[in-house]
Design a protein around this ligand. Structure first.
Ligand SMILES: Cc1cc2nc3c(=O)[nH]c(=O)nc-3n(C[C@H](O)[C@H](O)[C@H](O)COP(=O)(O)OP(=O)(O)OC[C@H]3O[C@@H](n4cnc5c(N)ncnc54)[C@H](O)[C@@H]3O)c2cc1C
Ligand SMILES: NC(=O)c1ccc[n+]([C@@H]2O[C@H](COP(=O)([O-])OP(=O)(O)OC[C@H]3O[C@@H](n4cnc5c(N)ncnc54)[C@H](O)[C@@H]3O)[C@@H](O)[C@H]2O)c1
Length: 476
């Protein structure tokens, strides 16, 4: 069967949140654009990651909040209705149908070609559909790779054969096992430990190092304490040497002794999805991340872009979509010969990837952080001052729940008089984060920040307390 050949301005491989946004911006910039998708339009985030995981976590957090509030606690007499929680989760994944997202592609003027896309030479992508038919897509201007990432499976004897869960099975489960062991101590591990413990499963976390390595240690410690208080067993600095599926579950040999459970979830990070992408046809090594400049153009190419998880810059949906806006716009600008604004903080540069990446870990308590931790800032050679404050001491926090426990840290760059990093840990801190991101990106001087008055009595009063603890610069 002869391959169909099509020529368009831009070919995007991967219709996750990032690929969709690259395509949308490029179409808005005047480019004829086709997107290639092998599974579901919407990608990992929509069906097996952000959306279903947060849909699983929210009821657990709400129940915990209700139980912490006298007058409300008395009204909550039962446990979670797990079947109802799973049904609500299904609605967020549209029952794993991408009809809605396909309609959106159509309305946005983006062409869709279903199948596995592989580079087959300069500016060329060959798509193999499920029925084996092929389409050759030739790009007049650019190819953008937005194929995301795949879970790591560590080389532990017996693990592959034991058919462990990945985050896909954990986020799409239709039944909750009585017990779940989790290998890994990162974000996926602790969010899923929170959800499954909330559903009544016995959860054991096996981390080869510490927990939540990317956040301030005091925040990770509070999450660990809370999980332990819910009955989650946490083994840190624990190596796994073997995994076997037994008649009634799994048996995991570790340096802390054997651990048994009905299921085992492996949450040990992710690898850029470049193994089967035809990278060798353009002189690149398969399996590696595609390193880019700040306009998301792959180093050494003038037509190849890599956006989102696949470039390994930041593995977060919102940051990938931020990159996508820059990439779609710059591809369109370069194609039309319009000026490119790739200076730091310019319209075509993903500068925030380096200095101002916000992330919320939706555990209970939540961790919300942006910018470097104190250790990271010191390692960067910055002259910093660290300001800590007890979040539970803020009037709004006390109103939010009785015995509110939380902490806040602000990191100030003493040479510039601006904050560069903020961490909150506590119930419902997620929505506090954007104010911090705004102040960091805007490089708002601390003496001006005193004029941004938080409403009373909200949790946002933490900003005033942090500034007071630092001291008003003009009155020093
Ligand atoms: C359990 C979990 C929870 C998460 N929660 C959050 C969260 O709360 N907030 C957050 O910001 N981030 C979260 N993340 C991270 C987030 O999911 C990713 O950063 C995001 O999905 C990256 O988007 P992407 O478009 O780059 O890749 P993906 O979403 O992985 O999309 C890539 C798409 O490309 C397709 N594809 C791959 N190869 C090919 C090919 N050769 N041909 C055609 N199509 C191809 C795939 O099928 C997929 O649809 C979570 C991740 C996990 C695992
Ligand atoms: N709320 C959110 O923003 C959110 C939620 C989930 C996932 N994510 C993103 O998805 C990505 C993947 O999450 P993740 O938790 O899988 O990765 P991660 O990088 O957060 O954590 C990986 C964990 O696995 C451990 N590990 C690595 N190799 C191991 C091995 N061989 N044996 C045992 N343990 C090993 C590490 O020590 C670490 O604790 C992250 O980059 C994260 O930012 C974000």
């Amino acid at each position: 069967m002869a391959a169909e050949v099509r020529e368009v301005d831009l070919v995007v491989i991967g219709a996750g949140p990032v690929g969709e946004n690259v395509a949308d911006r490029a179409v808005k910039g005047g480019l004829e654009t086709v997107i290639v998708e092998n599974e579901l339009v919407g990608g990992e985030c929509s069906y097996w990651a952000c959306m279903p995981s947060k849909a699983l976590l929210r009821p657990v957090q709400v129940l915990s909040a209700a139980r912490a509030l006298p007058g409300v606690a008395e009204a909550v007499t039962g446990d979670l209705d797990v079947a109802a929680v799973l049904r609500r989760r299904d609605s967020f994944t549209s029952d794993w149908s991408d009809d809605g997202q396909v309609s959106w592609l159509e309305s946005a003027g983006i062409g869709l070609v279903r199948g596995r896309g592989r580079l087959s030479g300069e500016r060329e992508v060959t798509v193999t559909a499920e029925d084996g038919s092929t389409t050759v897509l030739r790009a007049r201007h650019a190819v953008a790779v937005a194929t995301g990432s795949v879970p790591n499976l560590p080389d532990i004897p017996g693990l592959y054969e034991a058919k462990p869960w990945s985050s896909r099975e954990a986020t799409s489960a239709t039944e909750i096992p009585d017990s779940l062991a989790i290998i890994g101590g990162g974000v996926v591990a602790l969010e899923m430990a929170t959800a499954y413990a909330g559903f009544g499963a016995t959860v054991k976390v096996i981390a080869k190092g510490g927990l939540l390595g990317s956040v301030e240690p005091f925040a990770a410690e509070r999450v660990a304490q809370s999980l332990r208080s819910q009955g989650v067993e946490i083994f840190t600095d624990t190596e796994t040497s073997r995994v076997d599926r037994t008649g009634d579950g799994v048996r995991i040999e570790t340096t802390a002794g054997p651990i048994t459970a009905d299921e085992v979830l492996v949450a040990t990070g992710r690898t850029p999805a470049t193994a089967d992408l035809g990278l060798e046809t353009v002189g690149l090594e398969p399996g590696r991340r595609l390193a880019t400049d700040d306009t998301l153009r792959v180093d050494g190419f003038d037509w190849l872009y890599a956006v989102g998880d696949v470039n390994g810059r930041v593995l977060l949906t919102h940051q990938g979509k931020y990159q996508a806006r820059a990439a779609g716009d710059v591809i369109a600008a370069r194609a039309a010969g319009r000026p490119v604004d790739d200076a730091p903080w310019g319209a075509h540069a993903a500068t925030a990837d380096h200095d101002a990446v916000p992330q919320v870990v939706f555990t209970d308590p939540e961790v919300a952080a942006v910018g470097p931790t104190a250790d990271q800032a010191r390692a960067q050679g910055k002259s910093i001052r660290v300001v800590d404050y007890d979040l539970g001491g803020v009037a709004g926090a006390g109103l939010t729940r009785d015995g509110y426990q939380g902490a806040a840290r602000m990191i100030v760059d003493e040479d510039r008089g601006v904050m560069i990093g903020v961490t909150f840990v506590g119930p419902d801190v997620a929505e506090l984060l954007h104010a911090a991101t705004t102040a960091i990106v805007g490089e708002v001087p601390l003496d001006r920040l005193w004029h941004a008055v938080p409403s009373y009595p909200t949790v946002s009063e933490i900003w005033l307390r942090l500034l007071e603890a630092y001291g008003r610069p003009s009155s020093a």
